[in-house]
Design a protein around this ligand. Structure first.
Ligand code: DMJ
Length: 661
C-alpha cells in the first residue's frame, strides 16, 4: 500500500470524535495532535518548525529591552559626568563586583508588616520603593501617620506649603513601621508617636527632628553595612555595591557625620575598618579633586573632632600619594593620580583640567601642611591659586570652566556659570580667606569681584513669581539654566556676610534660598531636579521648567547646606521647616526599605521616580550632616567662628591667629 499522496498545504478539519461523543481526554488530544502533525508534508513541518524558532529568537532578543523598560531603570549612569556637568572620572573597576548572586531584575517588594503573603500588592513600578499607590492603599494602614496631600497636585501642595509652612506628611516610600519619621506639627500621627503632645516646645521639636535625621542616617548606614561594607558606594536596590576608587569612599565620607550625630557604635566600627583594612597602597587611578575633598577632607576633619592620631596618619598617607598630580609643565595639576604607582595624567581625551577641581583642593592641603609642618602641600596648592588669581580671561571676576595643564591658561572659554566645573572655585575663595584668619586679601578681592560679576551678568528674575536665580552666560548670551549645584551660593553668601562682608550679600542669599527651595517645592516629588530652566518671559504660567534629561536627583546637599547657614545666621524658622519638608520627601521617594537611599531619575513622577540604584557618598557625608546641624540649637556644634566646612561638608579649623610679638 502506498500512502495517500501528500498535499503541500495545511488543511485542518474538525472531524467527529469518539463516535460523536465529546471526549476531551488528554490522551486523545495528544494522539490527535500527533496524527495531525504526521499528516503534514515535510515542507509544512519545516515551515512550522522554522516559524517556531523565529518566535523563540525574537522573544529572547527583545526580552532584555522590554524587561528594562518595565523595570523603569533607565541606565543614565553618567552620574558624575555629563548630566551632572562634572567630568567623567575614570572607573578603575569597570564592572561593579557583586557581593551577592544576581538578584532578579524586578525583585518582589518586601511584604509590609500588615500583609500576609497572599496580599502582596500587585503593582508596576520600582522594586522596594513604595510610592503614592501604596500611600493610597495604606491610608488607613499602619504606614500612614499623617493626613493626605502629598505632592501629586502642584497647586494643592503649594497652597498647603504656604498655609502652614510645612507639608503634611505621609509615611511612605519604604519607611518602616518601627520608627516613625513625620512632622510633629501635623499632630495626628496616631500609632507612630502616641506619647508626643500635639504642640511641641522648641526643645521637643529639636529633639524630634534630630532623632528623625539620626534615624535616616541609621537606615542609610544599615544598607551600606549590610551590602557594601568597605566599598565605595551602596547600590541599595540590587543590594550590592559599586567601586569608584576602591577606597571605602562612603565609609570615610561619613566618619565625621557619625561623630557629629553622636552615633558612637557606628563610628567605632568604621574607625576599626579605617585602622585595619584601609590601605592606600593600591594600583588605582583616583580623581585628585574627589579624593581630596572626600577622603583627605574626611580624614582631617575626623582627626580634629576625635583627636585620634590614626586619622592624621591616614590623611598624610593619602595626601602624599596625591602629590604626583602637581608634576605638570604648568604646575596646574592633572585630574588623575595612580596612588600606588605615583604617576599622574589628565583625562584620556584632553590635557585640560576643570577649573573648579584645581581650585577646590586648597583648604585640605593647606591644613595638611599646618598639621605636619611639611610645606610641600601648601606650596603646591598655593601655586595653583596664585596662577589662577592672575590669569587673563575672567569676565568681571567670573572664571571659564577649563584650564590647560601644559600652558596654565584658561581654555574653551566663553561659558560662565556658578554650576558644574566652576562652582566651588568661588566657594574656596571665601573659605580660604576665612581659614587663614582673613589675612590673604587676594582671595577676598577675587571673591568680592566675582559676586559683583554674578550680580551684573548672571542674576535675573523668573516669571510669573519673580524668583531671583543665577543663570549662565554662553558666548555673550544669557541662558536661564541653573544647576542644583548653584544652591551652595546662598549659604556661601550668608557665611561671607557673617564674616563681615556687605549686608546685601545676605539679602541676595535670602532671595536665592527661596529659589532653591522652590526648585524642590514645585516638583511633584518635592525633590529638586539636577538642572532647571527658569521662565523669564512675561505671561509665563510657571517659573520652572525641567528638561527630560535633567529630571534626576542624586541626593545632593547644596540646598540643605544653604538652609543650615541661613538658619544659623537669621534664625528664621522657615528654613528649618523647609529642610524638614525636604527630608520627608527624601524619605518618601528615595528610601529603600531594605536599607539605604537611592538617587532617582524622575523627580516629576511620584508614582514612578525611577530609582538609579546608587547612594552617593555625599548623602551621608553632607546632606544628612547639614540636615542635622540645621535642626540643632547647639551653636557650638561646629561653630562657624571656629570651623570652616570644606566643599564636602568636612569641618576644618579656622587657623588661630599667631600671638603678637
Ligand atoms: C560634592 O561632592 C561636593 O559638594 C562638591 O563640591 C559638589 N558635588 C558634590 C555634591 O553635590
Amino acid at each position: 500500500m502506498h500512502p495517500p499522496a501528500r498535499k503541500d498545504y495545511v488543511s485542518v478539519t474538525f472531524g467527529e470524535q469518539s463516535g460523536g461523543k465529546y471526549n476531551n481526554s488528554k490522551q486523545l488530544r495528544r494522539r490527535s495532535c500527533w496524527r495531525k502533525w504526521k499528516q503534514l508534508s515535510r515542507l509544512q513541518r519545516s515551515l512550522a518548525l522554522f516559524a517556531l524558532v523565529l518566535l523563540l529568537v525574537f522573544g529572547m532578543t527583545s526580552y532584555p529591552a522590554v524587561h528594562q523598560h518595565f523595570r523603569g531603570l533607565v541606565e543614565v549612569d553618567e552620574e558624575r559626568g555629563a548630566a551632572a556637568g562634572l567630568p567623567h572620572p575614570p572607573r578603575v573597576l569597570q564592572e561593579p563586583v557583586k557581593v551577592q548572586p544576581e538578584v532578579p531584575l524586578r525583585p518582589e517588594p518586601p511584604l509590609l508588616p500588615s500583609q500576609s503573603p497572599m496580599k502582596r500588592p500587585q503593582k508596576r513600578g520600582p522594586p522596594v520603593l513604595l510610592g503614592r499607590q501604596e500611600k493610597r492603599e495604606n491610608m488607613s494602614g499602619p504606614l500612614l501617620v499623617g493626613v493626605g496631600g502629598g505632592r501629586g497636585q502642584e497647586e494643592k501642595k503649594n497652597k498647603e506649603s504656604n498655609d502652614k509652612g510645612v507639608e503634611p506628611v505621609i509615611r511612605g516610600a519604604g519607611i518602616e513601621a518601627d520608627k516613625p519619621i513625620d512632622d510633629p506639627k501635623a499632630g495626628n500621627s496616631k500609632e507612630s508617636s502616641p506619647a508626643l503632645p500635639i504642640e511641641k516646645t522648641p526643645k521637643e521639636m529639636e529633639t524630634f527632628r534630630l532623632e528623625g535625621v539620626r534615624e535616616s542616617f541609621r537606615h542609610a548606614w544599615r544598607g551600606y553595612k549590610e551590602f557594601a561594607w568597605g566599598h565605595d558606594e551602596l547600590k541599595p536596590i540590587t543590594k550590592t555595591y559599586a567601586e569608584w576608587f576602591g577606597l571605602g569612599l562612603t565609609l570615610i565620607d561619613a566618619l565625621d557625620t557619625m561623630w557629629i550625630l553622636g552615633l558612637k557604635e557606628e563610628f567605632a566600627e568604621a574607625r576599626e575598618w579605617v585602622s585595619t583594612e584601609l590601605s592606600f597602597n593600591k594600583n588605582v587611578d583616583v580623581n585628585l579633586f574627589e579624593t581630596t575633598i572626600r577622603i583627605l577632607g574626611g580624614l582631617l576633619s575626623t582627626y580634629h573632632l576625635s583627636g585620634d592620631p590614626m586619622f592624621l596618619e591616614k590623611a598624610t598617607d593619602i595626601g602624599s600619594r596625591l602629590m604626583p598630580a602637581f608634576k605638570t609643565p604648568s604646575k596646574i595639576p592633572y585630574s588623575d593620580v595612580n596612588i600606588g604607582k605615583g604617576t599622574a595624567h589628565p583625562p584620556r581625551w584632553t590635557s585640560d583640567s576643570t577649573v573648579a577641581e584645581v581650585t577646590t583642593i586648597q583648604l585640605e592641603f593647606r591644613e595638611l601642611t599646618r598639621l605636619t609642618h611639611d610645606q610641600q602641600y601648601q606650596d603646591a596648592v598655593g601655586e595653583v591659586a596664585r596662577q589662577v588669581h592672575q590669569l587673563e580671561g575672567k569676565q568681571d571676576g567670573l572664571v571659564p570652566m577649563f584650564i590647560n595643564t601644559n600652558s596654565g591658561q584658561f581654555t574653551r572659554q566663553g561659558i560662565f556659570t556658578l554650576g558644574a566645573r566652576a562652582d566651588s572655585y568661588y566657594e574656596y575663595l571665601l573659605k580660604q580667606w576665612i581659614q587663614g584668619g582673613k589675612k590673604e586679601h587676594q582671595f577676598l578681592e577675587d571673591y568680592l569681584q566675582a559676586i559683583e560679576g554674578v550680580k551684573k551678568n548672571l542674576l535675573q528674575k523668573s516669571s510669573p513669581s519673580g524668583l531671583t536665580f543665577v543663570g549662565e552666560l554662553s558666548h555673550g548670551q544669557f541662558s536661564p539654566k541653573m544647576d542644583h549645584l548653584v544652591c551652595f551660593l546662598p549659604g556661601t553668601l550668608a557665611l561671607g556676610a557673617h564674616h563681615g562682608l556687605p549686608d546685601d550679600h545676605l539679602e541676595l542669599a535670602r532671595l536665592l534660598m527661596e529659589t532653591c527651595y522652590q526648585m524642590y517645592a514645585q516638583m511633584e516629588t518635592g525633590l529638586s531636579p539636577e538642572i532647571v530652566h527658569f521662565n523669564t518671559h512675561q505671561g509665563s504660567t510657571r517659573d520652572v521648567e525641567v528638561k527630560p534629561a535633567d529630571r534626576h536627583n542624586l541626593l545632593r546637599p547644596e540646598t540643605v547646606e544653604s538652609l543650615f547657614y541661613l538658619y544659623r545666621f537669621t534664625k528664621d524658622p522657615k528654613y528649618r521647616d523647609w529642610g524638614w519638608e525636604i527630608l520627608q520627601s527624601f524619605n518618601k521617594h528615595t528610601k529603600v526599605s531594605t536599607g539605604g537611599y537611592t538617587s532617582i531619575n524622575n523627580v516629576r513622577d511620584p508614582d514612578f521616580p525611577l530609582p538609579r540604584d546608587k547612594m552617593e557618598s555625599f548623602f551621608l557625608g553632607e546632606t544628612l550632616k547639614y540636615m542635622y546641624l540645621l535642626f540643632s540649637d547647639d551653636l557650638d556644634l561646629i561653630s562657624l567662628d571656629r570651623y570652616v566646612f570644606n566643599t564636602e561638608a568636612h569641618p576644618l579649623p579656622i587657623w588661630p591667629s599667631e600671638p603678637k610679638e
